[in-house]
Design a protein around this ligand. Structure first.
Ligand SMILES: *Cc1c(COP(=O)(O)O)cnc(C)c1O
Length: 402
């Protein structure tokens, strides 16, 4: 490693907000002039709040009483046998609303209330972030508007109902591609129109500074708990920590617990998709600007964002969080892709042998962990189970009949 690389890694381990919002050459703040001063004020606000004992106490209390933390670390005897490894599962599937997204949702909703916002806006693709945001907004007593592409809304009808029941106003976006990308455009527009009264609640460790840092800090509870729990139950650190990577929030939260332990390998698993279509940004992407940040992304030679695919709705995103890109370049984390079929097989294996039905997203991490275990017999494997699979029953059934 060069001296610059060593300094960058030391910075990541330390965990302060990155200087100028840059993770090496990644991240930053690429936004219209009207948003720059808003993002600067937001940065000031969140840096102060995250260092404020009163706010941390409020956040901790909501994480325990509303979200249900700490989530368990479950030893998986059947997977251990079958993989020839020692397997532990970090159970974010047991969080309120069924996935890790609520850690970020409630954290930012509390930030919004503290910063004096009058309403929360968010976009959602598959609807999981919309559900978490709607629940968190109701909890803190702020009205919530969720933008969702009309096509996505049709595909994810149960989540549309959930959001409405949780009190959110749902706006169906019928412009552009009518999926996540146009929903993001519309949510941004609503924010720019009323930047003072509106809090924009971003769902993953992506976007302009300070969001990647803020979301990582809010999800770092996963890694901190897991580190303490595995030391207690296994008597030592894992050899590898594995998590799936969509935008990169559950993985960066898990990795946070171990980035300062050089003996722990960090392995992120992206969506390898099927038939040549995928969402494996860190494995195949090239650098460009997307949603306010410099990041690896899936684009053609003219900078047009490519069509992506994953059977797992939460992994179907053409960009990725900037901190992952730096971890990759520094050699501190490694990223691989797992196909739709491998993920489906992992859903079945984990469900029938452990009695735990993982989300299709999380099944990517399980499949990646299994591959790792085969190459490292006897190793100790920590897998982030980011969510539960009840939401995916239709997709799982469809994949088998199709
Ligand atoms: C949204 C989602 C993901 C992907 O998002 P990240 O920001 O990469 O964590 C993974 N798993 C589940 C269950 C999700 O809902």
């Amino acid at each position: 490693m060069t001296m610059t690389e060593e300094a960058l890694l030391a910075q990541l381990v330390e965990g302060q907000p990155p200087p100028a919002g840059r993770f090496g050459e990644y991240g930053g703040r690429f936004a219209p002039e009207t948003l720059m001063s808003i993002l600067e004020r937001l940065e000031e606000g969140v840096v102060a709040l995250m260092g404020d004992d009163g706010f941390r106490a409020e956040l901790d209390s909501e994480l325990s009483d509303f979200v249900g933390r700490p989530t368990p670390l479950t030893h998986a005897p059947a997977l251990s046998d079958s993989w020839g490894a020692e397997v532990y599962l970090k159970r974010e599937d047991l969080c309120h609303t069924g996935a890790h997204k609520i850690n970020n949702g409630i954290g930012q909703a509390l930030v919004a209330r503290r910063l004096g916002a009058e309403r929360i806006v968010a976009e959602t693709g598959a609807g999981q972030h919309g559900v978490a945001t709607a629940a968190a907004s109701a909890r803190v007593g702020l009205p919530c508007t969720v933008y969702m592409g009309a096509i996505d809304a049709e595909r994810q009808a149960p989540n549309v109902e959930r959001m409405r029941l949780l009190g959110a106003e749902l706006i169906l976006v019928t412009t552009g591609d009518q999926t996540l990308r146009s929903a993001i455009d519309e949510a941004f527009r609503a924010w720019v129109a009323d930047p003072v009264g509106t809090y924009y609640l971003l769902g993953s460790a992506v976007g302009p500074h300070p969001y990647p840092w803020l979301v990582r800090e809010l999800q770092s509870v996963i890694g901190k708990e897991a580190r303490r729990q595995i030391m207690e139950s296994a008597g030592g650190l894992p050899d590898v920590a594995v998590a799936c990577v969509g935008g990169g929030s559950n993985s960066i939260g898990l990795f946070r617990g171990f980035v300062g332990d050089p003996s722990v390998e960090l392995l992120g698993i992206e969506a390898g998709g099927s038939d040549g279509l995928h969402s494996a940004t860190l494995v195949h992407g090239t650098n460009g600007v997307l949603h306010g940040a410099m990041t690896p992304l899936l684009q053609d030679d003219h900078g047009q964002v490519l069509e992506t695919h994953s059977l797992a709705p939460g992994l179907d995103y053409p960009g990725v969080g900037p901190e992952h890109a730096l971890l990759r370049d520094l050699g501190r984390a490694r990223y691989e892709a797992v196909s739709d079929d491998e993920a489906l097989a992992a859903v079945h294996e984990c469900s029938s042998s452990e009695g735990i039905l993982p989300a299709l997203e999380s099944a990517h991490a399980l499949a990646g962990a299994r591959r790792w275990a085969r190459e490292h017999p006897g190793g100790r494997v920590l897998v982030g189970v980011s969510g539960r699979g009840d939401k995916d029953l239709q997709l799982i059934k469809g994949a088998h009949s199709g």
